[in-house]
Design a protein around this ligand. Sequence first.
Ligand code: PLP
Length: 435
Amino acid sequence: MTDFWADADAHLLRYGATFVPEIIDRAEGSFVYTESGKKILDFTSGQMSSILGHSHPDIVATVQAQVAKLDHLYSGMLSRPVVDLSRRLAESLPAPLDKVLLLTTGAESNEAAIRLAKLVTGKHEIVSFARSWHGMTHAAAAATYVSGRRGYGPTAPGNFVIPTPDSYRPDFVDANGVFDWRKQLDVAFALIDAQSTGALAACIVEPILSSGGIIEPPLGYLAALKQKCQERGMLLILDEAQTGLCRTGQWYAFERDGVVPDILTLSKTLGAGLPLAAVVTSAAIEQEAHDRGFLFFTTHVNDPLVAAVGNTVLDVLERDHLDVRAAELGAFLRTGLLELQARHAVVGDVRGRGLLQGIELVLDRETKESSDELGHAITRRCLDLGLHMNIVQLAGSGGTFRIAPALTSTEEELSLGLDILDQAISEATASLRAA
Ligand SMILES: Cc1ncc(COP(=O)(O)O)c(C=O)c1O
């Protein structure tokens, strides 16, 4: 057998990940299994995608049957899985979100959504959050501010940023010291208006920012943002890559806010780990785009294999009431995380919704000083103890663990994760104090 890590060093182009020092052999349900014989609880559901756990039997059966029957087609040919999934997605969404484009990745769906918004409005300026992540392709990356902006030359002209509404580290506070998100939003759009050349096309945001550190905009924020967009003739694009399809306890996170976006993008959770994404919009926007010659002709647009997977994802979510389950499990997980906060001073904040939770680490609850070292030490210790955790470390905030277990998890699995996290935090803080 060749040396795996030597081959990896020699032949893998590194893309920003720090590789987990284990060779993963297989995955099933909530666990991944290493070649060295370790069983690791997956608290990030792969790359925040495997909402049905790994290798869910219904998905396995669908892939096996579909790949043998109809795999891939000329992009101008249609098949039943594609039209069924499009209709079912529209049925799962409020009016007027009726028209669906099936694609492959999150970045691609945002690329298509931004392209659609530009064509329909005849404008090109795009607004997004300062801690956003919308993907690595050109327009998606131009609207991504949390990392990766330096060194790649100019982004498309007309990309603007607004501050992230972070209640834990508020930058605008009222006389009582409470986060004044309305003022923050007013100031943000005053600055947008000052910079705009009169070509505002769209605002793209995540209803809960994930890579930005699990930031949940306060209730009322998204409705106020939509109002700002409407006043300027801009479209509101909501990127529900991580929050869509029941994870937050509702089918779509925007339902909490009582707003309907002009364009919705879905990805990660839609394929439950397989490469499937969607752009959904109204018949009016679709018609206008079509009249103006909308082009998004790709190799894998409307591919039957992953569309069949998407139908099975919807079957399982509906059959097993996983929206309700995510809310119940989310409440269970949150209670456990709040107990950790009560026990460990370094757990500065617990936040999130349903099965998308975050805990922010701080060295001091008053100053909210962060420590990269502590976050890395806890992550490493969790792995030793059999738990995969992901931390986002951002300048200006503490490290935040993003906790997103599968919706098929059991309470026992969540308890196991919480126990390991508890032990890892205790040991890592003790050794940091001793150092
Ligand atoms: C909110 C959000 N949008 C878009 C993307 C990009 O998706 P992909 O990596 O599938 O292109 C991500 C990926 O992390 C994401 O979190």
